[in-house]
Ligand binder design. Structure first.
Ligand code: ZN
Ligand code: ZN
Length: 298
């Protein structure tokens, strides 16, 4: 059995990020016999190129794309991007994806897939509602708690749902990443009560299942992202019920560690595998040249 880790980054987040470096990730992947597919945070639309590097403190600075891609020349590693969705910059997101694909093809690289994510939401209450400011709510728990106080969890769920639906409907992406990321800082107590979603669980679950339904209708795969296990949430970003729903609706599923360090490649695959098996999933999906391939994970 081979592990296909469909979501790996080439550097950790940091105030002064290092250059993307494929080599150490390749070494660990080869040693552990894990097939990795790189999904690096891509450049942002111009309007959102904030901060001194234009990376909004987490993404790829525009000038980093070429050196990032050049590292893949003469390797067989599938390269792809994790791109952020912005409702008011869909055309530019398409351009960023198109430019990435064209540059990868020029270099004859092996392409994996394009993942779509929502890490930023228009939540700033002080801004003009016609042109709301975008905020990063998933960097620190203080930020998430602040926006919960400012906007209320229902508004955050609504915006998150709206953004994920917009992403899926663009029909640009092959995979929607970590649909449960909104629960990154959530905790569930011994009575099963959620810290942030208590009393709003049904509203949240309906929003998430609507996204899954629309992903299915638009032929977009959904990932089980094990990063959530190492967060306060303590479980993967995709619930057993959601996996079952995907199986029933024939929505393709991928495994994603979302590793940002070589040593976390393939992390928690055993837990993911058990969840998939318990939900009756028979095959998982990996993407090569943006086409789905199915493999037996058991
Ligand atoms: Zn992400
Ligand atoms: Zn990621």
């Amino acid at each position: 059995m081979k592990i296909y880790d469909e979501h790996v980054h080439l550097r950790a987040h940091s105030d002064e990020p290092e250059a993307h470096n494929l080599r150490p990730f390749l070494q660990v992947a080869q040693k552990r016999q894990i097939a990795i597919s790189i999904k690096e945070h891509g450049p942002l639309p111009k309007k959102y190129q904030r901060g001194p590097r234009g990376d909004f403190y987490f993404a790829m600075a525009p000038e980093e794309l070429v050196p990032f891609l050049d590292q893949f020349i003469d390797t067989a590693v599938p390269v792809g991007l994790e791109l952020d969705y912005f409702a008011d910059a869909e055309d530019e997101v398409r351009e960023i994806a198109g430019n990435f694909l064209a540059q990868a093809q020029q270099r004859r690289l092996k392409i994996g897939a394009l993942n779509g994510s929502v890490h930023l939401l228009p939540l700033d209450l002080n801004s003009d509602t016609d042109d709301p400011d975008i905020v990063m709510w998933d960097d620190k728990e203080e930020s998430f708690a602040k926006y919960c106080d400012l906007c209320g969890i229902d508004r955050i769920i609504e915006e998150y749902h709206k953004a994920l639906c917009g992403l899926v409907k663009m029909q640009l992406f092959d995979v929607v990443s970590h649909v449960d990321l909104l629960r990154k800082f959530d905790r569930i107590d011994v009575h099963g009560k959620s810290f942030y979603l208590n009393g709003h669980e049904t509203f949240y679950q309906e929003a998430i299942f609507d996204v899954l339904q629309q992903a299915g209708e638009n032929g977009i795969a959904v990932e089980l992202n094990t990063q959530g296990i190492d967060r306060p949430y303590g479980r993967p970003f995709l619930t057993p019920q959601a996996i079952k729903f995907c199986r029933e609706k024939k929505i393709r599923l991928t495994f994603a560690s979302d590793a940002h360090k070589p040593e976390t490649i393939g992390r928690h695959f055993a837990i993911a595998g058990e969840m998939f098996a318990a939900a009756g999933v028979e095959k998982l999906t990996c993407f090569r040249e943006r086409k789905p391939h199915f493999y037996d994970f058991r």
